[in-house]
Structures are given as C-alpha cells and as structure tokens.
Design a protein around this ligand. Structure first.
Ligand SMILES: NC(=O)c1ccc[n+]([C@@H]2O[C@H](COP(=O)([O-])OP(=O)(O)OC[C@H]3O[C@@H](n4cnc5c(N)ncnc54)[C@H](OP(=O)(O)O)[C@@H]3O)[C@@H](O)[C@H]2O)c1
Length: 170
C-alpha cells in the first residue's frame, strides 16, 4: 500500500479544507501516479475534489462514519477494517488523504511519495514528519524544481517495517 502527499517544509498539507500549496506539476504527478489504481480518501477531501465527485479512472474508496453518505461511482466504507476488506491482495492502492485518513493508514503503507515544498504555508492539517519517524527512510529524491515561486522536489520514502493488516488482530 502506498501513500501520496504534498507537504510544505513543516509537513503542512491543508488549510480550511483545501490544499495549502497547489502547483500544476504536482497535480500532474498525482494523476500519473494514481491513474488506474485504487485510492483511499476521507469524505472531507472528496468535498474538495472537482465537482465534489470521485476522481475518474481510479477506484475510489471513501471513508465516512455517516451510514447514509453515498456517492455515485465510489465505494463508501465506515472503518479501516471495511476498507481492507474491499482491497484485494494484489491491488495497487494509494492513500490520498486527508490528514485523518493518512494517520489511519500510514503504518500499513510501505512506500510514501512525497512532493516536498521548500516553503512554509499557513496550515491547519499536517502529515506526520517522516524524517522523524524511525521506520521511514528517504530512498530517492528528484532534482529541485521551481513553479509559481515554490521550490519543490519529489521524494520517495520507504517504511522499513510496515504493519501487516490482519482482521483477526482487531
Ligand atoms: N496536501 C495533500 O497532499 C493533501 C491530500 C489530501 C487532503 N489534504 C488536505 O487535508 C485536509 C483534510 O483532512 P481531514 O483530516 O480534515 O479530512 P479527511 O481525512 O479528508 O476526511 C475526514 C473524514 O473522513 C471520515 N473518517 C475519518 N476517520 C474515519 C474512521 N476512522 N472511520 C470512518 N470514517 C472516518 C469522516 O467522514 P464523515 O465526517 O463523513 O464521517 C471524517 O470527517 C484538507 O485541508 C485537504 O486539503 C491535503
């Protein structure tokens, strides 16, 4: 299982329900990485998707505690258990946020694709600081690019000891 996120220098990822830094190059990268895959996403982040609709050409699994929440073209689940039940062994899965959903699934992910901005923006939603988590190691970094006044790079982190999900354990 993978996680994909765009974070500023303090690992801030959002403000007021939307991303705190947006550049087209990151949007393109996100699209390229997730097309054809399954995404796991929180209900609040879906409300920030274009038209408040699931992302096209991807299988959308949306987390919500609201039993009457339904959305055409997506599977709604109400727990981590239920999300894992939906996923097949060999399915390519990306956890795409937001903050609460990242927290729920991070330990089960083996790879994190992080678009890292070398800038600080106002934020009220944060991603865990992978540089301070002993399990997570930075394996690959792109060159540093610049867009719309933001310097950024694409990083790949690896989880040295991802949790294996077992239904029996819960
Ligand atoms: N920079 C990035 O890469 C990036 C990516 C994605 C999102 N974001 C940002 O992250 C922020 C949103 O994060 P957020 O934490 O507020 O919202 P979120 O994780 O997108 O969604 C939260 C919702 O998910 C559902 N949920 C959470 N935990 C659950 C559980 N254990 N079981 C069942 N349902 C559960 C609940 O839906 P109900 O309320 O319906 O019960 C909850 O309100 C926004 O600012 C967004 O822009 C940034």
């Amino acid at each position: 299982m993978n996680v994909i996120v765009a974070a500023d220098s303090r690992w801030g990822i959002g403000i007021g329900g939307t991303q705190n830094i947006v550049i087209p190059e990151d949007r393109k990268y996100f699209r390229k990485m997730t097309l054809g895959a399954t995404i796991i996403v929180g209900r609040r982040t879906v409300m920030d998707f274009p038209g408040q609709k699931p992302l096209p050409d991807r299988r959308n699994i949306i987390l919500s505690r609201n039993p009457s929440f339904k959305i055409e073209g997506a599977t709604v689940v109400s727990s981590v258990d239920e999300a894992f039940r939906e996923i097949k062994q060999d399915e390519r899965v990306f956890v795409v946020g937001g903050a609460s959903v990242f927290r729920l699934f991070l330990d089960y992910c083996d790879t994190a694709f992080v678009t890292k901005f070398y800038a600080e923006a106002e934020a009220d939603a944060f991603f865990p600081n992978l540089d301070e988590l002993p399990n997570w190691v930075l394996r690959e970094s792109s060159d540093v690019f610049e867009s719309h006044g933001f310097r950024y790079a694409f990083h790949r982190y690896e989880n040295l000891n991802p949790l294996q999900y077992t239904f029996e354990a819960r």
